[in-house]
Design a protein around this ligand. Structure first.
Ligand code: NAI
Length: 214
């Protein structure tokens, strides 16, 4: 049975955190860890961790805990980090440039292959050696080069148009920074990023503290 198909979205959302912490443990040469210790580090309850990890098989051993490298490689497997992804970024403005400059995505296996923009002043400029191309070239580029993920960093009124070009030319993953609900076929996966949601969560927490203080 393919266990991955039955994993809930809530568990999937927690996996990157496991990946991050296990990667740190590996760097610090930690061989094994109990669910209690992992729980103290990661901030999920020990029973939550046991339940989450049970979704993928029997990793923990009573009295031994988890084998860190085994668990790490399984999490990498489940996260699809055993392959390399080819990405293109559309919209080399504030957020687009910040993403293009962030080298950690490459280290995780998400290699940025090209950048596109509509602004003639940006075309030809390089960000980390990746040239910014004219958006008019996007469809042809995608016909000539297989791309897994399109990163959309254009204003919301242009996001669907850009998304359509990506999808029509075989891109099956969209990492969307524009505050708009993109319409895509079922076999295309969209992950929206909203930094403001995180900021509003913080504001809500601060507000909670203030109201409990008063
Ligand atoms: P910006 O104006 O600095 O950059 C947008 C870039 O897109 C410009 O370089 C522009 O020339 C280019 N562009 C516009 N239409 C295009 C098209 N059809 N094809 C190719 N390039 C095109 O804007 P900024 O601040 O970088 O924001 C970009 C997007 O990201 C916006 O939709 C904004 O709302 C969103 N955003 C999202 C955040 C989040 O948390 N998800 C945080 C900040 C911004």
């Amino acid at each position: 049975m393919d266990k991955k198909k039955n994993i809930s979205m809530a568990v999937i959302k927690r996996l990157p955190k496991y990946h991050r912490y296990l990667s740190d443990l590996m760097k610090n040469d930690v061989d094994r860890i109990s669910s209690k210790e992992l729980s103290e580090k990661i901030g999920f309850t020990a029973s939550q961790i046991r339940q989450d990890l049970n979704c993928f098989g029997d990793f923990g051993q009573q009295g031994y805990g988890y084998n860190v490298s085994e668990l790490y490689s399984q999490i990498c497997n489940i996260l699809g980090l055993t392959k390399l992804y080819r990405t293109v970024l559309i919209g080399a403005g504030n957020i687009g440039q910040a993403i293009a400059n962030y080298t950690r995505f490459d280290k995780l296996g998400f290699g940025m292959k090209a950048i596109f923009d509509i602004n003639p002043k940006l075309i030809g400029i390089r960000i980390r050696d990746i040239e910014i191309n004219d958006i008019d070239y996007l469809a042809d580029y995608l016909k000539e080069n297989a791309v897994d993920i399109g990163i959309i960093c254009v204003p919301s009124n242009n996001a669907q148009k850009v998304c359509n070009i990506l999808v029509e030319n075989g891109v099956r993953g969209i990492w969307n920074f524009a505050p708009v609900d993109l319409i895509v076929p079922e076999d295309v996966k969209v992950e929206d990023v909203h930094l403001s949601d995180s900021l509003l969560t913080l504001s809500c927490l601060l507000n909670d503290i203030e109201s409990s203080d008063s």
